[in-house]
Design a protein around this ligand. Structure first.
Ligand code: PLP
Length: 336
């Protein structure tokens, strides 16, 4: 049965609508087109970020199912775990998280600073895992153990990326459409960093349900293009199917994997350059794992004249600046 977004249970966690701002000085540096930024780094919960929108629906579902705690997983410097931990505090649920040691060769404080510091401040209990496991399966095993011990755990998959979480980005798509219409903007493209897929998939589902044709380019932070397209399409289609009978075709899913570099959580020189450029031109803080790669991709595609330049480009700032502290050495400023 097809529903409306307002039919789904939702708790209020997010400052919204988030601002949609011009980036005139970055646009000028790159020689056009006009660039805009959707400030989902300012969603308001514990330094903000994109997971907060998903958590409005996931936490509501947890409460409706009578949970007393949430269990989730992510990489060590997971923004998702940090936002889940804060959301759990705000509504009075416990939070337990599994952190995967996914990124090799890190600085000594990688497991204590940035997002991990905040996880601990929110009282989240943490366990670490080596890289390469099926982390959602690991977390489900922990859920079973906690249930057997008398808890009422609610499982949130990595990145909050399932149909319920993706509704948060259906909501964001509606918000972007409202802002475009209210301000008569000429947005021709949306660009974002795509990882666990919920953000990209939810946006596509929302635009599809609203009948908007704006193409969305996901810059992959981890997976090769074909795998990411398949995963985003699967979640976009199943999310859209809750809201419309009209199928969402795979041709809507655009992914570029040329900015991943060596791997997840390892910024390239291009990532670092993009982060430093937007900091110095617009006073914005991006992150080395996600949004910095997304911006490096947007800049690269502008240089390749990938976009039709008579229209503006909107960059979705998904947050992540808390992780910068875990990458301090890579931002050491050269002496003048
Ligand atoms: C999680 C995250 C993303 C990617 O979103 P997904 O829904 O996992 O694809 C992008 N940017 C930041 C800062 C994130 O924390």
């Amino acid at each position: 049965m097809v529903k409306k977004l307002s039919d789904f249970p939702r708790v209020s966690l997010c400052h919204q609508p988030t601002a949609l701002e011009a980036m005139p000085r970055l646009s000028e540096t790159l020689g056009g087109p006009n660039l805009w930024v959707k400030r989902d780094d300012c969603t308001g919960l514990a330094t903000g970020g994109n997971k907060t929108r998903k958590l409005e629906f996931l936490i509501a579902d947890a409460l409706e199912k009578g949970a007393d705690m949430v269990v989730t997983q992510g990489a060590v410097q997971s923004n998702h775990v940090r936002q889940t931990a804060a959301a759990a505090c705000k509504v009075g649920l416990g939070c337990h998280a599994l952190l995967e040691r996914r990124v090799p060769d890190r600085e000594a404080d990688y497991e204590t600073t940035g997002n991990v510091l905040f996880d601990q401040m929110f009282g989240t209990t943490l366990e670490f895992r080596p890289t390469g496991l099926d982390m959602n399966a690991e977390a489900r095993n922990v859920v079973d153990k906690l249930a057997a011990a008398g808890h009422q755990p609610y499982f949130i998959p990595g990145g909050g990326s399932n149909e319920i979480g993706a509704l948060g980005y259906v909501s964001c798509a509606y918000e972007i459409i409202d802002q475009i219409n209210a301000n008569k903007l000429n947005i021709g493209w949306i660009v974002l960093a795509t990882g666990s897929t919920g953000t990209h998939a939810g946006l596509l589902a929302g635009l599809h349900v609203a009948g908007e044709q704006i193409p969305v380019v996901g810059i992959s932070v981890r997976q090769p293009e074909d795998k990411q397209i398949t995963a985003v399409h699967k979640l976009a289609q199943s999310t859209a199917a809750m809201l419309t009978d009209k199928p969402l075709g795979v041709e809507n899913v655009l992914v570029n994997d040329e900015y991943v570099g060596v791997g997840y959580g390892q910024p390239t020189q291009g990532t670092l350059d993009a982060i430093n450029l937007i900091a110095r031109r617009e006073g914005l803080l991006l992150d080395p794992i996600y949004s910095g790669k997304g911006l490096a991709g947007m800049i690269g595609l502008i240089e390749q004249k990938f976009f039709n330049t008579d229209k503006d480009i909107l960059f979705l700032h998904t947050g992540g600046s808390a992780a910068l502290f875990a990458y301090q050495n890579q931002f050491t400023v050269a002496a003048e």
